[in-house]
Design a protein around this ligand. Structure first.
Ligand code: TRP
Length: 335
């Protein structure tokens, strides 16, 4: 049986290399062998950007451009705009009964985000429950597999729990999802910090021009004790090597570079030059495809319209089953 995969991104800014290794690369690799849905999660984006609705709206097309540039093929994958599928909001309401507030408060990713956003004292209800809406996204499309980065594992766990509860109480209707981690599930920022972010200025965007990428690589944090070329250097926790591990197709060459770096005699500039080559080999075709789609924004809008219509039909079919399973008034003969 063909399996269904679903993933999503919040349209709040350009997609970066962290998105690429965490999930986007896998979606592109899997899209032909699976029924693939890619969700532009604008409702989820509003849970922490409700006061910037134009920003969220304008990023919907930008994220779609990033998808197309990165190799999502609209002929095989379905790109869906979340807010245009009201069935997702409906399923969220049913799911909210199946999870406790205490369970949601224990979610480590949500906890981190609450700290960052200063939501600890007074969290908006919508933000606390966004993992429930994400569970609804996954369940509505009957996704078996969710290719994600490590930070999203708690979300998939909650989703699987909710689905199990739903099936136990109302009868088996929904598919229990599984996370699919990439080979690299976590990429550090260019400053070596675990958390990447647009406002932290430590990301390389898929749409960044060559001079910006070069400057970011040049400014990358390395081993602060590796002062002279002859000095032995540390590879662990050194983001330049983390990026080489993630992007250099020649793993044997990366191993050789690591050896030389550890013993001393390999300068940071040489390693960074290699990394820049590797990144440009990846980003150059992405940039080129993006430029092509940018010239035809009408076509991009068309892809979003068609994808959303197809996605909505799939979600509506699931919601019909859900309403019948829940014995909702008027849901059908077997209710
Ligand atoms: N929470 C995800 C992120 O922060 C985005 C997302 C929304 C998602 N809905 C999803 C991911 C469904 C996987 C499946 O990037």
């Amino acid at each position: 049986m063909r399996k269904t995969i679903l993933t999503g991104d919040r349209p709040t800014g350009p997609l970066h290399l962290g998105h690429y290794v965490g999930s986007l690369r896998q979606r592109v690799a899997l899209q032909r062998e699976h029924d693939t849905y890619v969700l532009i999660a604008d409702l989820q984006a509003l849970t922490d950007h409700f006061d910037e609705p134009e920003m969220v709206r304008d990023h919907v097309v930008e994220v779609a451009l990033d998808y197309l540039a990165a190799g999502i093929d609209p002929a095989v994958a379905t790109i869906v705009v979340q807010s245009r599928v009201p069935e997702l909001a409906e399923l969220t309401v049913y799911f909210l009964n199946l999870v406790t507030v205490a369970r949601l408060q224990r979610n480590p990713t949500v906890k981190d985000e609450m700290r960052q956003k200063g939501f600890e004292a007074d969290v908006p209800a919508g933000f606390l429950v966004y993992p429930v809406s994400q569970a609804a996204d996954i369940a509505a499309f009957k996704a078996h597999l969710v290719p994600v980065g490590e930070d999203q594992l708690p979300m998939i766990e909650v989703a699987a729990e909710i689905v199990r509860r739903f099936n136990r109480i109302y009868g088996t209707t929904l598919v229990e999802p599984e996370a699919l981690l990439g080979a690299v599930s976590r990429l550090p920022g260019t400053d070596g910090e675990a958390k990447m972010g647009k406002t932290l200025g430590n990301v390389i965007n898929l749409s960044d021009p060559p001079d910006v990428v070069a400057a970011r690589v040049r400014g990358m944090f390395t081993d602060p004790r590796h002062l002279r070329v002859e000095d032995p250097g540390t590879v662990e926790g050194n983001p330049v090597f983390a990026y080489l591990d993630a992007f250099d197709p020649d793993a044997a060459e990366v191993e050789r570079l690591k050896q030389r770096y550890r013993t001393g005699g390999l300068g940071d500039t040489v390693v960074k030059r290699r990394l820049l080559e590797v990144l440009e080999a990846l980003l150059e075709p992405i940039r080129r495809r993006r430029a092509e789609w940018e010239r035809d924004r009408g076509a991009v809008e068309g892809i979003l319209r068609e994808g959303t219509a197809r996605g909505r039909a799939a979600a509506a079919a699931t919601l019909g089953e859900v309403r019948r399973a829940m014995r909702l008034y008027g849901a059908g003969p077997d209710a």
